[in-house]
Design a protein around this ligand. Structure first.
Ligand code: PLP
Length: 267
């Protein structure tokens, strides 16, 4: 049985965070394991408050589960505080280097609520080199690299910073917040260490129900599930992007605010 571990914050609505990640793992035929890094109080309208889990408890969860179960891939989402990031890094010491990690560098919610404190950014950046892929959105890319990513040239400059300064193996800069076509940029280094930049075309999907919550969580979880099944990175990204696009097309509002991804089969 293929197993994916998520290290993420709790979203009681089930639309994002750990609860959403576990649903995606199941959609991809994987067993989902989960280490909680933070509790959030939120509804589909906004995040009301954030309570980081005590850092030593995060470490204890992670060490205990990793000493018993070896996941086939790990997804990292919201980490909330600097101390939590440090303890996640410590806990990952138990994980063999061959196990792929996908990091969604969650910094803030769509409503602006801070989901990772500012002083934790350099600590998180220190973890990037261990990941097979990081998946920032435009805001996160801009915040972490200082390069305005709204136009293509800015995204390409940001991608080079991720590769050169943060030593990431691959970065997918998500274009969902871009004006116009929501193309994503995939950047990685080839065997000669030369940067390879690939624009992955996206189509804007008309949303009857307005904003969709948790698309970033679902994308990184779906990629992690693909890697867990042994797929190549590019294939896992292609399948995950189509899975999320179909989920957006089928999204429905259950509450008064954002819609949740429709449940679609992974293909
Ligand atoms: N809550 C948790 C636990 C999350 O991990 C995230 C995003 O990663 C959010 C809330 C915010 O999601 P959105 O910006 O899609 O509303």
């Amino acid at each position: 049985m293929t197993c994916v571990l998520t290290i993420a914050g709790s979203d009681p609505t089930g639309g994002a965070g750990l609860q959403a990640d576990l649903q995606v793992f199941r959609d991809f035929g994987c067993h989902g394991a989960g280490v909680v890094t933070a509790l959030t109080i939120q509804d589909s309208v906004s995040v009301h408050s954030v309570l980081p889990v005590f850092p030593s408890v995060v470490l204890d969860q992670l060490r205990t589960v990793l000493r018993d179960i070896q996941p086939d891939a790990v997804k990292i989402g919201m980490l909330a505080s600097d101390d939590v990031v440090r303890n996640v890094i410590l806990g990952l010491g138990e994980l063999p280097a061959s196990v792929p990690i996908v990091i969604d560098p969650v910094l803030q919610a769509s409503d602006g609520k801070v989901l990772l404190e500012r002083r934790a950014w350099p600590t998180l950046q220190g973890l990037f080199a261990r990941a097979s892929l990081i998946t920032p959105n435009l805001h996160e890319s801009e915040a972490l690299t200082g390069e305005p990513a709204a136009n293509r040239r800015g995204s390409e400059a940001a991608a080079r910073i991720f590769l050169d300064d943060f030593d990431v193996k691959a970065v997918l800069i998500k274009g969902g917040h871009r004006d116009g076509a929501p193309d994503d940029l995939l950047a990685s280094c080839d065997a000669q260490g030369e940067p390879q930049l690939d624009w992955l075309g996206g189509e804007r999907i008309d949303l009857a129900g307005g904003r969709v919550h948790g698309t970033g969580c679902a994308l990184s979880s779906a990629i992690a599930a693909g890697l867990a099944h042994g797929q190549e990175l590019r294939a896992a990204i292609d399948v995950a992007r189509s899975f999320v696009a179909r989920g957006i097309a089928e999204a429905r509002a259950l509450g008064r605010g954002a819609s949740f991804l429709g449940r679609v089969k992974s293909s």
